[in-house]
Structures are given as C-alpha cells and as structure tokens.
Design a binder for this molecule. Sequence first.
Ligand code: NAD
Length: 217
Amino acid sequence: MNNDQLIRITRYYRSLNRLKTIGLEKVFAHNLADAAGVSAAIVRKDFSQLGIHGQKRGGYEIYDLLSSLGTILGKGDPQNCIIIGCGRIGRALMHYNGFEPDGIRIVAGFDSDPLVYSDASHPVPIYPISRIDEVVEALEVTAGIITVPEQAAADSYERLVKAGVMGILNFSPITLKPQLQSDGVMPVIHNINIALELEQIFYELKFPKTDSKTAKS
Ligand SMILES: NC(=O)c1ccc[n+]([C@@H]2O[C@H](COP(=O)([O-])OP(=O)(O)OC[C@H]3O[C@@H](n4cnc5c(N)ncnc54)[C@H](O)[C@@H]3O)[C@@H](O)[C@H]2O)c1
C-alpha cells in the first residue's frame, strides 16, 4: 500500500468511527469520499484492491468495514501514549478527548518541574521524568509525544527510546532523527512543525499548483 492510500484508509477509518458513534450502521462510498476529499470511485477502488466488497444493493456495513480496515491498519487494542513535557501544548493534548475513538489513549505525562508533576488536577497522572522506565513498562506504552523546550528534546528522545518507546511524535523545533538500536530496532519519529506547514500553505497560495482538473486548456 502506498503512502497516499494509507492516509486515505486512515481517514475512512476515522470517519467510520464517527458514523458508528452517531448510530449509523451502513455507509456508501460517497459518504467516505467526502470525508477523505476524494471521489467515490477512488474509495471503491481502494476497497476493491484491499479485497473489501460492498453489498449487492450498494453500501457497506460500518461494523464490517471498521473491522477490515482496523485489521489492515494494525489496530487492535487501544495504543497507549505518553506526553513528555506537560506545559501548554502537552496539557492541551492531554485534555483533548477526541483521540479515544481512534484507538489512541493518553495514559500519563512526564515533566521535570515538581510544581507540574505534584499538581493532581490533570486528566492523567503526571510523573517526574525519572520514573519513565517503570511507568512505560507498567502501562505498555507504544508512543511518546515530545512537548518540551528545544534544549530538552534530545534528552527526552533518549529517555523514551531507553524506556522502550519506539514511536515518537516530536513537537519541539529541532528535527529528531532516529538511530538504529543495538537490538536492530529503528525508532519511528515524526517531527511536527506547524510553522513549516503554514509556510507551505503561504507558498501554495502564492504559487497555486495547476493540475489536469483545474488547469484551463
Ligand atoms: N511543532 C510546532 O509547530 C510547535 C508549535 C508551538 C510550540 N512548539 C514547541 O513545543 C514545545 C512545547 O511548547 P509549550 O508552549 O507547551 O512549552 P511550555 O514551556 O509551556 O511547556 C514545556 C514543559 O516541558 C517541561 N520540561 C522542560 N524540560 C523538561 C525535561 N527535560 N523533561 C521533561 N519535561 C521538561 C517544562 O517543565 C514544561 O512544563 C516547545 O519546544 C515549543 O517550541 C512547537
């Protein structure tokens, strides 16, 4: 599966979860097409390539589709994630309640500031960073989100990997690069930079892309 298709499948999966939440049982390709920003023909082609077929009278059972796409996306039990750096961004993520339907559970936070980790008012427990190994093991953590200041990012990365957390989402301004571990495992790091994304939007507004659909002949 190529990257574009993977992104579309992830979007279908999310939309299906939302539709299920509001009580729907059946969905049509065009419903998912709108959510993923593609045509209904592409949705049908994606499903057909994955061996998923609709009903004779059209449409797909949401429950069956979620189960098939979930298997393809490797979803099973919810994935436990932790946050390193419980300041403004870390706390905002912790308070967001829209992750659960996607099978993402923020289970704990870590901070170096005693005022932060002794404050019991957060939606998940916050621990001193020195306790990361034991908490990661106890909670079976899959991924860590780094929301510390720039100068603490490399240390947070090292602590996560040492604790066995191989999935990392980095919000700090430095680009973290994965290093192959002695056991042959390569951590997966995604660096998020909103400024870069916005710059790309500014650029595309200034120099609009032309494609076969929008270009005038
Ligand atoms: N990716 C983006 O587009 C984007 C946008 C805005 C901010 N940021 C970056 O996100 C990061 C967080 O921003 P913020 O506004 O939430 O910062 P903040 O100062 O509000 O919070 C940072 C938290 O990290 C904690 N901390 C510091 N050193 C630590 C360490 N070694 N281990 C554990 N915790 C530690 C601090 O005590 C604090 O609670 C910054 O690096 C900022 O530059 C990124």
